[in-house]
Design a protein around this ligand. Structure first.
Ligand code: FMN
Length: 238
């Protein structure tokens, strides 16, 4: 599959068929994704792949928590700042509108939206999931490395005819995830990722994107005096 096609056909799929994914396919994807870049090549990702009975048990335990309406696990990182400023706030609400109106849920119907969102903890029916952890003492650049790695996985999955949905939602049930995976000490669960074949019967609205001139600035001519450098560049060693 052409790279552009992989990028453009990737989207967060939120309903999967139960068709199993051969382990060789997952191994192939994860072996290739290991070639993702990272600062100083430290490869800060720690990935657990779950299928079969352990995944069924994870879904069962998470489902029990959803039904019980108990508290979420205390946060190890904030998903978003408490006050999301413009333009992010507007983009987030546009996403919510797209996501839920595709399912016939009216804006403001919080209960119906919550019911739909609870499919997160069934991995949207997917037969495979991965959980990506990062060491607690690593910093922002390493979190960015993990993001690149996850995107590489998602694009390679497209090359295998598969779809995915990255899920920070799992971080709120991180203790339940840990019961199944027994991750080593010192790790924070960043997110899960459901993996499988798309159930094409599920309606969706393709999420939009900001126009290029909102997010990209080309600097290709000198139209005003340049600021003087504040200090000499140092060797970074990255
Ligand atoms: C780090 C990350 C975490 C996400 N967490 C969730 C999640 O918990 N549940 C969910 O349904 N979608 C989740 N998504 C999917 C985003 O909502 C989706 O990528 C975004 O709306 C853009 O839509 P698209 O991926 O279909 O292009 C997540 C995406 C990313 C990159």
């Amino acid at each position: 599959m052409d790279v552009y096609e992989a990028v453009k056909s990737r989207r967060a799929v939120r309903k999967f068929t139960d068709q199993a994914i051969p382990k060789e396919v997952l191994e192939r994807v994860l072996s290739a994704a290991a070639w993702s870049p990272s600062g100083s090549n430290i490869q800060p990702w720690n990935t657990y792949v779950v299928t079969g009975a352990p995944l069924a048990e994870l879904k069962r335990r998470a489902g029990k928590r959803v039904v019980a309406h108990g508290p979420w696990d205390e946060r190890e990182y904030e998903m978003y700042p408490r006050e999301l400023k413009t333009p992010y706030r507007e983009r987030r609400s546009a996403f919510g509108h797209e996501r839920y109106s595709a399912l016939g849920i009216a804006d403001g119907d919080w209960e119906a939206a919550q019911r739909a969102a609870s499919a997160n903890w069934d991995c949207f029916g997917a037969p495979a999931a991965l959980f990506c952890y990062i060491d607690r003492d690593l910093g922002l650049p390493q979190w960015a490395d993990v993001g690149m790695y996850l995107q590489t996985i998602m694009l390679l999955l497209r090359g295998e005819g598969l779809h995915s949905c990255t899920q920070m939602a799992w971080s709120v049930y991180r203790k339940t995830v840990a019961e199944i995976l027994s991750p080593r000490e010192g790790l924070i669960l960043f997110c899960g990722m459901s993996i499988g074949h798309e159930d094409v019967k599920e309606p969706y609205i393709h999420t939009g994107r900001a126009s290029l001139n909102e997010t990209v600035t080309f600097v290709d001519s000198i139209s005003q005096p340049l600021a003087q450098p504040a200090h000499d560049d140092a060797l970074l060693g990255v």
